[in-house]
Design a protein around this ligand. Structure first.
Ligand code: URA
Length: 282
C-alpha cells in the first residue's frame, strides 16, 4: 500500500498513542551485517535504514534479498574483532571522562548504536565515592540520555536513598553498555566484549572507592565470571582496575526486584553492607 506523507504521520501518531516503543521490520535485521543494497521494485516496502546507509552500486534483484542472502553478507568476526581493538585503543586514549564520553559518541564499532537514539554515558557526581554500574539503557534512558531514569531507576534511587546516597549528591552511575539494545533484549557476548574497555576506562577515570554491580550482566562482565547474581549478591568482590583494587558489591537489578518483591529482604541486607563499608572507610 502506497501511503502519502500525511497518512504516514497519522500512522506514526497512532503508533505513539498505542505505546509502540520500537519500530520493527517484518523480517529480522542483522545490524552487524555488511550493508546490502535495497532492491529496486515497484512495490518495495520502505528500505530499512540499516540497509539504506551504504548501498552498493550492484543491487541484487528484489527476489534475491532473502534472509539467507542478508546472512551471507555478514562477516561478524572481522567487524567485531576490529571493533574490539578500536574500543580498547579509543578508551585508553581518553584522558578525562569528557574525552571518554566524546570517544564513545564517535565510536561506530558496536551495532547497538545504529538503533539507539542516545549514547547513555553517565549521571550523578563523577567524583563520588560510590559508582553504580548497570547493564544497558532501556527505553526511558535512550529517550533522555541518562542511565536508570525509568521505573527500575526510580526504585534504585529509592533504595540508595535509604542509606543517604543520591545521584544529585554522592553517586556516580553508568552502564556496561551505553546503547539501548533494540526491544530491550539482553546485550550479546560480543556487544559486551566490544564495550567493556569503555566501562573499565570510565571506572579508572572516575576512580570510585566502591563499585556496586547492579544486576547479573554487570557483575558477570566486570568480574569475568559465569556465576549468577543470586549467588554473587551481597558478597564483596574486588576489581583490579588502573592499578587500584576496588571493592565491588554485586547487587540485585531493580527490574528483578520489581518482578520479585520477595528479594527486598536481601536488598536491604546488601544496602546495609554497603553503608557499613562506606562508614568503615570514611
Ligand atoms: N537498566 C540498566 O541496567 N541500566 C539502565 O540505565 C536502565 C535500566
Amino acid at each position: 500500500m502506497q501511503l502519502e506523507r500525511p497518512e504516514i504521520i497519522d500512522l506514526l501518531k497512532f503508533h505513539i498513542d498505542a505505546d509502540c516503543a520500537d519500530v520493527l521490520d517484518d523480517m529480522p535485521v542483522n545490524h552487524f551485517a555488511a550493508p546490502v543494497a535495497p532492491a529496486a521494485a515497484a512495490h518495495e516496502p520502505m528500505p530499512h535504514p540499516g540497509l539504506q546507509e551504504t548501498a552498493t552500486p550492484l543491487a541484487p534483484p528484489a527476489s534475491a534479498v532473502t534472509p539467507a542472502f542478508v546472512a551471507a553478507q555478514v562477516t561478524p568476526s572481522a567487524t567485531q574483532t576490529g571493533a574490539a581493538i578500536d574500543s580498547a585503543t579509543l578508551a585508553q586514549n581518553a584522558k578525562t571522562l569528557d574525552e571518554l564520553a566524546a570517544a564513545l559518541e564517535s565510536f561506530d564499532g558496536c551495532g547497538l548504536k545504529k538503533t539507539a537514539k542516545s549514547t547513555v554515558f553517565s549521571d550523578g557526581v563523577s567524583t563520588a565515592r560510590v559508582m553504580l554500574v548497570g547493564e544497558a539503557p532501556g527505553q526511558d534512558e535512550d529517550r533522555t540520555g541518562k542511565p536508570f531514569v525509568g521505573r527500575s531507576g526510580q526504585l534504585l534511587d529509592a533504595m540508595m536513598g535509604t542509606i543517604g546516597l543520591s545521584r544529585t549528591g554522592n553517586l556516580y552511575i553508568a552502564n556496561v553498555i551505553a546503547w539501548r539494545p533494540p526491544g530491550n533484549r539482553a546485550p550479546s557476548v560480543d556487544e559486551l566484549e566490544i564495550c567493556k574497555p569503555f566501562i573499565l576506562r570510565q571506572i579508572e577515570l572516575a576512580a570510585p572507592e566502591i563499585i556496586v554491580l547492579v544486576g547479573g550482566t554487570s557483575a558477570k562482565t566486570l568480574l569475568d565470571t559465569e556465576t549468577g547474581i543470586t549467588r554473587l549478591r551481597g558478597k564483596w568482590q574486588t576489581l583490579e582496575i588502573g592499578g587500584r583494587t576496588i571493592p565491588a558489591l554485586p547487587f540485585f537489578h531493580p527490574a528483578y526486584v520489581l518482578r520479585r518483591p520477595e528479594t527486598k529482604a536481601d536488598v536491604w541486607a546488601d544496602l546495609c553492607a554497603l553503608k557499613q563499608k562506606l562508614d568503615a572507610a570514611s
